[in-house]
Design a binder for this molecule. Structure first.
Ligand code: NDP
Length: 330
């Protein structure tokens, strides 16, 4: 099997040198085990945090160890009746071409009319994150104005679409005009390109003169400052991520306008999607219907070949993806 290890811990922006491709001989499968050939793997921003040696909600990656992450594979040899040859499985065994397992922490995937890769995106962790943040954390309601940063990505593109379905006015921030145009095509009411905007607070005021009721935070830093300046009284902020800070080598100063929390009587709440996973069946059923009727469009960017996985991962911090960034293994 071919696999990719963490070779060194990134300092600042990750580089190709932080990764190393190796090959290993896999053992033959024994009773209860099966061999999986990976078809797809996920790269996600949270993996950058796991490359730092620190305590967090998920254990750090170790140098010299195979990286991990969401994966979709096909069973190609099996001594386990629950996972016969040909089954499609999802697991956390990305960054490798093949592996042997006893099936613990594996889920057999149902057949869907879309590519199974969407179980890594709109039907998986990022889609569930968007839905959880809007419905369970921010309690978005019809008529609200929703602001979402990182809006063209895996989570953000679902937040935008669910926001519209839930009857909100949606204002989005992205890093390119092409992404902005695409979001307008998806029905987003106003889009800011933060890279060509000098004053984000002023741009947001123009885009949402009525103010913001819910901010879905994916980026942090200046985006949070701008959102705080434009929130309405009793607004809610769901803090999902702060990707602008993941490669920082020194701590980013906090927003200088946190007093807005008091003045506007705001609620701000961080969340980790895995704590809400007991609601996944409810989400998956709804999302399945939305996808089937075309109410939600599944967006993804595909890099081909396991050897492209580091580039796909680094690309997340360069805005290379629209929708979910996935790697197709060959
Ligand atoms: P995305 O698909 O959104 O990919 C990352 C995107 O972030 C890029 O395409 C880029 O788009 C944007 N970006 C990168 N660097 C910066 C920067 N310095 N400033 C502003 N934007 C930047 O990733 P996900 O949808 O998977 O994740 C989005 C956020 O949600 C992340 O912060 C992630 O950590 C968080 N998350 C949190 C979860 C939770 O449980 N709390 C679960 C899943 C994700 P652009 O071209 O617009 O700059």
């Amino acid at each position: 099997a071919t696999q990719i290890l963490l070779d060194s811990r990134p300092e600042g922006m990750p580089t190709a040198d932080n990764f190393k491709q190796t090959s290993v001989e896999l053992p033959a499968i024994t009773d209860g085990e099966f061999l999986v050939k990976n078809l797809w793997m996920s790269v996600d921003p949270y993996m950058r945090g796991r490359m730092i040696d620190r305590e967090s909600y998920i254990a750090p990656f170790q140098i010299g160890q195979v990286l991990e992450g969401g994966s979709i594979g096909e069973v190609v040899e099996s001594n386990n009746p629950e996972f016969p040859i040909g089954s499609r499985v999802s697991a956390m065994h990305g960054w490798r071409s093949h592996y042997v397992t006893d099936g613990s922490d594996h889920t057999r995937l149902p057949q869907i009319p879309l590519s199974e890769s969407h179980f890594l995106g709109v039907l998986g962790m990022p889609g569930m994150t968007a839905w959880t943040g809007l419905t369970r954390i921010a309690a978005l309601k019809e008529g609200d104005t929703l602001f979402v940063s990182g809006a063209a990505g895996a989570v953000g593109s679902v937040v935008c679409q669910l926001g519209k379905l839930m009857g909100a006015k949606v204002v989005a921030s992205v890093g390119s005009d092409e992404k902005a145009a695409h979001l307008r095509d998806l029905g987003v009411d106003a889009v800011i390109n933060y890279k060509t905007t000098k004053d984000l607070s002023a741009a947001l005021k123009l885009a949402a003169p009525q103010g913001i009721d819910v901010y879905f935070e994916n980026v942090g830093g200046e985006h949070l400052t701008a959102a705080l300046n434009n929130m309405n009284d009793h607004g809610r902020i769901a803090v999902c991520g702060m990707i602008s800070q993941y490669n920082d080598t020194t701590p980013t100063p906090g927003p200088n306008n946190l007093a807005m929390l008091i003045i506007k009587k705001l609620k701000i709440e961080g969340f980790i999607v895995f704590e809400h996973w007991d609601h996944y069946p409810e989400f998956a059923q709804q999302m399945g219907q939305w996808l089937a009727t075309g109410a939600v469009k599944a967006e993804q960017t595909v890099y081909e070949g396991l050897e492209q996985a580091p580039a796909a991962f680094i690309g997340l911090f360069e805005g290379k993806n629209r929708g979910k960034m996935v790697v197709k293994l060959n």
